[in-house]
Write a protein that binds this ligand. Sequence first.
Ligand code: C2E
Ligand code: CA
Ligand code: CA
Length: 687
Amino acid sequence: MSQSQPSEVILNLGPSDLMELAVPLWIFDVDKAQVVWANEAARYLWQAETLNELYQRNMRADMSSSIEGRLSQYKEVLEDADKTFRELWTLYPNGQPATYQISIRRYRLEDQRIGLLCQASAEQDHVPEQMRSAEALNHIPISITLFTREGSLLYANTEANRVYGWGQSPLSDLFTNDDVFADALADAGVHGHATHCCQLPTLDGFRWREISIRACRDSVSGVPAFILSDIDITDQKTQQQKITYLAHHDILTGLHSRNYVNHYFPKLLSKAKISGDRLAMLLIDLDNFKTINDTLGHLSGDGLLIHVARQIKTVMRGRGHIARLGGDEFTILMPFEDTAELDLFCKEILRTISSEVKLNDHVLSTYASIGISLFPEHGTELPSLMQHADLALYEAKDEGRKTFRYYRPALQQAALLKRTLEKDLTRAIKEREFRLYYQPRVDCISQKVLSVEALMRWYHPNQGVISPAVFIETLEETGMIHQVGDWIISQAGYDQKVLTDNGYDIPISINVSAEQFAHANFVTRLKDNLRKTGCDSSRIEIEITESMLMGHGYDAKAVLLELRKAGFSIAVDDFGTGYSNLAYIQSYPISSLKVDRSFIQMIEDQSSVVNMILSLCRLIGVTAVAEGVETIDQLAWLQLNHCNEYQGYLYSKPRPLHQLLHLLNNPPNWATGGMLVGSDEQDLAWA
Ligand code: C2E
Ligand code: CA
Ligand code: CA
């Protein structure tokens, strides 16, 4: 669009002169798309029989939508400024194309709206400008093509020929072969323009092109046409595809990612709702991955994950979809006919995963647990299916790992109870609802109380006294055990002082969890908490379980040495239930071994195991303690077989501190006489 000085020609002439003037002049009401005044030359230009006929004519029919849009733009600009615009236009008087140089100025209509005063001059006067625009069209790096509405190519600029070659343009194929393109054309027919992206064969191979389509008329024949301009967007597309790939894939294994699951699985579920297919959602979790990662390093861990991903894919044989959710957790969504088929599938996965593999000079083997939820029985949406498969996975892990479990509604119930328990425990810590009970550890022969074990109780406001068996695991899982552990050691410290003050300077044993033991500043924390009570660490024994001795991710022996150095003595609890190498025991700085209650219960049948443990204790100079002694016969056996100490309901159940003091002041009658003679009197008092 070029701009020049106001046309003086028009302004200085009277109305009849204007009518006679050979220059075509007309006034156009843009809003109504009507010519409201025209001179004879203009009537001739528009090929109207009479001026009246021209004034009645709906000019929109003779205009392309782009011209109509441009006229509105002129009107808007001319509202504020008195300018003249000049432009080369093809007009279609009665559908026949004719090219003119048009000058446009504003003209105030009778009702004060802005109209356009148009003056036309023959195009030949402006050949240089036409030449320039033709030149520009040939230099522009955009493919420009003109097609009839049926798809025959009318014109292609240099770029279009460069891109598509001199033969038939692939764009014409789109007119007949591409439904989406047909929609875009229809759109352009209605709205004047539309865009479409697709891959097209070019001289450089298949490329992504963005095509913008405009409805127009061919300026030569006047037939309705489409003008297409299209550009290469392959680079942007590849970039975008790369981003989408990264967002939807796990880089390490090349499997789909959690993002993909969240985005795509709901669509699969919607499809299944319509098709009626049954689907299974599997959560697969590697059981010993953390240990491998911690001990052999991330490189081996990564290698193992890649290996496992490949193996699962092999077993899937193209059925369903697999993704890595993160860490060592994978998920599969797959169609199935019956659960027998799923059982077989899970068994095959578990078997394949557990086969040995050589990675970075290590022969590794891992094993997994699988939780399964079924669509639609266990849920029809992704979150519920995930949550249910997760509950099933936890059950599989609880039941010894290397196995699979289906979701059952009872699992939901259990999970609910657990959540309530977690909430309750948080309150219990805040409201100081925990207490320490004490159970005496007694010399087998003299029946003298040599020490006591601190056992936690929860004074629940509604449920009464609760055993730690119910809640310790939850404290451990939630990490609350650390806070509670701080309280236990200080409470035990204060209570030990009370015992001493009452004339019983006996040590207290406290139990610690693996989570505490593995914590970096475990010993420092114990010392700090104990110091403020005034109790000496030599009066505290730490009970750890056998499995903690073989702990992963920390050096158990170093922690034990640190404990000893800090003055604590150490007992190994529940001995015999773990798998520790008996020969190793002597290399740890421990002072007592507590034989697990299960062996004492079956002492008649399992005497050889207990005998072996007692011999071991004698050999390495460690105190042997029998746990859970309930009957006089059991105690008699222990006395005969030289067990040092015992603990159990026979002497006393765990009891609060003041009741312990009462017991210490008033030992049971039978216990004061030394070697047992068959009395069956038992402690009755405290539960
Ligand atoms: P444990 O350390 O093996 O404690 C012995 C358990 O056996 C206690 O159960 C005790 O009440 C019970 N017991 C003692 N004598 C007999 C008997 O003659 N017959 C029977 N049937 N049972 C007997 P409790 O107090 O319910 O504690 C259970 C477990 O909870 C403990 O096993 C210990 O592992 C853990 N625990 C208790 N208190 C604490 C604590 O303060 N911290 C930590 N981390 N764990 C604790
Ligand atoms: Ca214990
Ligand atoms: Ca025990």
